[in-house]
Design a protein around this ligand. Structure first.
Ligand SMILES: [Zn+2]
Length: 314
């Protein structure tokens, strides 16, 4: 294997890039803005230009580079066809073909969904290091999921394996999810979902005192902070989140039976105050043979994606 490789994690506002040694050491990371205008047509040329500039800066020739792995915020099929990335303005097209046209000197190129890549990153160098079968769920603006089986990403035929954000948990919901249906996990257990539930509870139950009432602009972090300080309503909100999420995760373990479930995404920065109710909710609903599944918080933060992207090349 050649000595260097790139990890490229494309997000809606920024592209995170990493130059690695293929032994696994991150040498340098940097980011460039994601230009989503004009249907996102500048995104890949910008990435390639940034990789070229980095090699020039470090005087590394292309023949010393094993390749580049890329994560994108949308479903990706095994052949590298991206099935629309709404955040980037992308439609359906084959990314490896485009990359080879832009830069024929790239030796190897691999691509996957960004959460799948982050899951592989956590499995390789993060919270699930040493485990072969890992499920990761990211709780942020939305909910993402990634499944690694035998140290390999599972993309699925439609490129959406592991995406449990739109798993139905509340059939009676009246509000519409952004996917067009009602009662999806994401509507309750993402950072946005937790905030929505908090605002609803404050409105519907004025008799309950809570420090959350004094927040001018309530955020999901405020809810977690209040729970840490012992606020009863905030604790109840996290308990309910844990119950719903735990229930949804029993569907994952019943199907894939991973060694460990990693909880990541912005909301996971809350730490144990979030993790504990999820584990409790899970154990309360799980089939007895699956009840002992291990849970852990993600460790690599925003770097998980670039680690996983490089790992895809190996
Ligand atoms: Zn939905």
């Amino acid at each position: 294997m050649r000595p260097y490789a790139f990890g490229v994690d494309i997000g809606g506002t920024a592209v995170k890039l990493g130059l690695f040694r293929t032994t696994g050491e991150l040498m340098e990371k940097w980011s460039i803005p994601t230009r989503t205008e004009d249907g996102g047509e500048h995104v890949l040329p910008d990435v390639i230009a940034s990789l070229r500039a980095k090699l020039e800066e470090r005087a590394i020739p292309w023949d010393q580079v094993e390749g580049a792995g890329m994560g994108v915020p949308g479903p990706v099929k095994e052949d590298g066809t991206v099935m629309r990335c709404i955040n980037l303005g992308w439609g359906v097209f084959n990314i490896p073909e485009q990359i080879r046209t832009l830069e024929p000197r790239i030796h190897r190129f691999r691509i996957s969904n960004d959460v799948n890549a982050a899951t592989l990153g956590e499995q390789w160098r993060g919270a699930a290091q040493g485990r072969k079968n890992v499920f990761m769920i990211t709780l942020g603006t939305g909910i993402g999921g990634g499944l690694v089986i035998n140290e390999k990403i599972t993309n699925g035929v439609g490129g959406a394996a592991g995406e449990i954000g739109h798993f139905l948990v509340e059939p009676g919901e009246t509000e519409i999810c952004k996917c067009g249906r009602r009662g999806c996990l994401e509507q309750y257990c993402s950072a946005t979902g937790l905030l929505r539930q908090a605002k609803k509870a404050l409105l519907e139950r004025p008799e309950i005192p809570s420090v959350l009432r004094s927040e001018a602009e309530l955020t999901a972090k405020d809810v977690c902070d209040a729970a840490k300080a012992g606020d009863a309503l905030a604790l109840e909100l996290l308990e309910k989140l844990g119950d719903r999420l735990g229930w949804a995760l029993t569907a994952v373990t019943s199907t894939a039976d991973p060694e460990v479930i990693v909880i990541g995404g912005g909301l996971s920065n809350a730490g144990d105050i979030l993790l504990e109710p999820i584990v409790q909710g899970y154990r309360a609903h799980a089939f007895h043979a699956l009840r002992d599944t291990e849970f852990t918080l993600a460790r690599l933060g925003n770097d998980a994606g670039i680690y996983g992207c490089v790992r895809m090349l190996m």
